[in-house]
Design a protein around this ligand. Structure first.
Ligand code: ARG
Length: 466
């Protein structure tokens, strides 16, 4: 990065001395906003195209500008451009390079525009592309999850409340619960994209411009749904960045919950799943270790993304209209949120389909912990006993089971009948894990049949996404 210091060529007219070198560095954003260059150039081409239609630029000038900008893009991509700190940001770096190439015509590009509407346009364009990549990756993750759910629709595991064994569920059902979280995240992301997709270009510095601009044209050239409605709001609004970070925080919160379960399940104490070695790492001191680093890191990255959301909310809090330099601080949190979300989704989309369920171990665990106690209570209700009384009866049977070290399904009929003579030998059907899950056969229930149906419906929904 170069720091050759002249008075800034784009705005130095009223300045009598060069800006202090530290202040230049402090106020510059080129160190991080260079990643917007393609969208900056795309916005400039749309702006120039509109200026020519409006009679502000000649056809020759437009051609020189477009060719020049395309060349600048090639130079950036082939590493020939050294970004300059005195030129502050990506907008002025690109424009200055253009002017070096095509001369005086380059200086006409900024007619009827300000960096304030320019940067607002660039971030929206950039974020829109990133959102499209992220929604494709989210869909890939969900598809893998739903496929695994269908495959594991019969696999029985303990369901937990308070992390204590509660009732048996199917592993497929658990995976589909995760998918519900992601489905909501997807709809939040689409919602964010919808509000983001408006063109601030033409708002200029804050009040609009005196040139006969056509904002509908630039909006449509850039694929925006329509121009924004108020110039003051256009240059100051960063709601879309906050909304994206809110989506990210919620997504990472969900991924952290899944991570937590994966971490527990891979432990010797649970031993519910195996994560292939390629998603784990070892310990430099304990040779036996295989650590679930990928889910642990994803869990950890949640803090970072939550931080970005708070950073942006705090950045915008109490800002008077319209543009303030504070807004330059929107970029690093937003960029990092995007990078983090992309990495975490990629890790999960690769890892989830590779989960190997340790079915016997899940099954054994569900058998411990009296997970069919509610089924026994429901059975007694069907025999005419009020639920509260049946709850009491089963509670006593469980206490007996704890004393004798027997699960309910391991007790003899006589043992069970000590607690209620309504119990007959048809009770054993309801005390099995298979009977327990199969009985919960309604929309949203854990029965294998329902899980298969829900997985098919989820697959269909995913298939409809373009
Ligand atoms: N680099 C600035 C930003 O990121 C661009 C807009 C600067 N506008 C200004 N009037 N100084 O926000």
């Amino acid at each position: 990065m170069s720091q050759d210091s002249k008075t800034n060529q784009q705005w130095g007219g009223r300045f009598s001395e060069p800006v202090d070198a530290f202040v230049q560095r402090f106020t510059a954003s080129i160190q991080f906003d260079q990643r917007l260059y393609r969208h900056d150039i795309r916005g400039s081409i749309a702006h120039a195209t509109m200026l020519e239609k409006a009679g502000v630029l000649s056809a020759d000038e437009l051609k020189a500008i477009i060719d020049g900008l395309n060349e600048v893009q090639n130079e950036i991509e082939s590493g020939q451009v050294e970004w300059s700190i005195p030129l502050e940001d990506v907008h002025m770096n690109v424009e200055s390079r253009l002017t070096d190439k095509i001369g005086i015509t380059g200086k006409k590009l900024h007619t009827g525009r300000s960096r304030n509407d320019q940067v607002a346009t660039d971030i929206r364009l950039w974020l829109r592309d990133e959102i499209d990549l992220i929604s494709a990756e989210l869909t890939r993750l969900q598809s893998g999850m739903v496929e695994l759910a269908a495959k594991e629709s019969d696999t029985i595991m303990p369901g937990f409340t308070h992390l204590q064994t509660a009732q048996p569920v199917t592993f497929g059902h658990h995976l589909l619960a995760w998918n519900e979280m992601l489905e909501r995240d997807y709809s939040r992301l689409l919602d964010c994209r919808k509000r983001l997709n408006q063109s601030p270009l033409g708002a200029a510095a804050l009040a609009g411009t005196t040139y006969p601009i056509d904002r509908e044209l630039t909006a449509s050239l850039l694929g925006f749904d329509h121009p924004t409605r108020n110039s003051l709001d256009s240059v100051s609004d960063r709601d879309f960045a906050i909304e994206f970070c809110a989506f990210s925080a919620m997504l990472l919160t969900h991924l952290s919950r899944m991570s937590e379960e994966l971490i527990l399940w891979t432990s010797a104490q649970f031993n519910f799943i195996n994560l292939p070695d390629r998603f784990c790492t070892g310990s430099s001191i304990m040779p036996q270790k295989k650590n679930p680093d990928v889910p642990e890191l994803v869990r950890g990255k949640t803090g970072r993304v939550n931080g970005h959301l708070i950073a942006l909310l705090t950045l915008m809090k109490s800002q008077p209209l319209a543009y303030n330099k504070d807004n330059q601080e929107d970029k690093e949190p937003l960029f990092d949120a995007v990078d983090t979300v992309k990495d975490c989704l990629r890790a999960f989309a690769d890892m989830i389909p590779a989960i190997e369920a340790r079915k016997e171990s899940m099954y054994e665990s569900a058998k411990r912990g009296f997970s069919t106690a509610t089924d026994l209570a429901d059975y007694l209700v069907r025999k005419g006993i009020p639920f509260r009384d049946s709850h009491e009866i089963v509670g006593k049977s469980v206490a007996y089971g704890i004393q004798t070290g027997k699960d309910l399904s391991e007790m003899s009929l006589d043992e069970l009948r000590q607690f209620s003579t309504e119990i007959t030998d048809d009770v054993f059907k309801v005390l099995t894990l298979e009977g327990s899950v199969a009985a919960r056969n309604h929309i949203g229930g854990t029965a294998p049949e329902q899980v298969r149906r829900a997985a098919a419906a989820a697959g269909e929904t995913l298939g409809k996404r373009s």
